[in-house]
Design a protein around this ligand. Sequence first.
Ligand SMILES: Nc1ncnc2c1ncn2[C@@H]1O[C@H](COP(=O)(O)OP(=O)(O)OP(=O)(O)O)[C@@H](O)[C@H]1O
Length: 217
Amino acid sequence: MQLETRNIGFRYPKGPWVFQGVDLVIKPGEIVGLIGPSGCGKSTLGRILAGYEIPNEGNIIIQDSLQSVSHSSSVQLVFQHPEKAVNPRWKMEDILNEGWHPDDKLLSSLGIEKEWLHRWPHELSGGELQRFCIARSLGPNTRFLIADEMTTMLDAITQAQIMHAVLKIAQKRELGMLIISHEWHLIQRLCNRVVQWDPKKLNFYETGFTKAYEQFA
Ligand SMILES: Nc1ncnc2c1ncn2[C@@H]1O[C@H](COP(=O)(O)OP(=O)(O)OP(=O)(O)O)[C@@H](O)[C@H]1O
């Protein structure tokens, strides 16, 4: 089972091509980094992979079934703005348990305190809220996790703790991950492979292998 894009191209309505001809493969258990300058289309690609946008050209292939539209709960996206990903009218307990019921072990590995479950989203910091979004994304159906600047709002120590917890889960469950980040050091340290923006071709290309993330886990 792998997550694959074949020759995908995307443009927003009336806009220019953001990218074209993107071929990307994420295998189970593989941690792939995606880097590139602001505005090159990293988040757009992440949203396409998670099924929130439909490519104008090409296909997304998940689990060996050819789909012109990528939409599957097996691909989960956690992005930079957790406040936009939760219902402000729901208490954290309901938000957390909407799709599945994360156990205490997972909550504690992500540093989620029990007392937070009884709060409203606006009563948590961005980083605290993000831990809930991460826990929510790791349901039993998840096979691939797209982490779009997932830990950007956290301090370096908390960022390392959370990434460590997520990577351990990814390793144990053989989840494939795409880590989108501007932080080259983070990408270099965590990823098996790195994919980078090619401005001439409006495309992404492999930069080669980095250190295996086991060193970090
Ligand atoms: N809803 C939208 N409608 C029109 N254009 C959009 C929309 N969202 C993004 N864009 C444009 O598409 C391009 C790619 O945006 P995207 O957010 O994918 O880039 P990015 O590489 O993730 O940037 P950053 O690193 O700053 O987060 C940008 O030029 C952006 O202005």
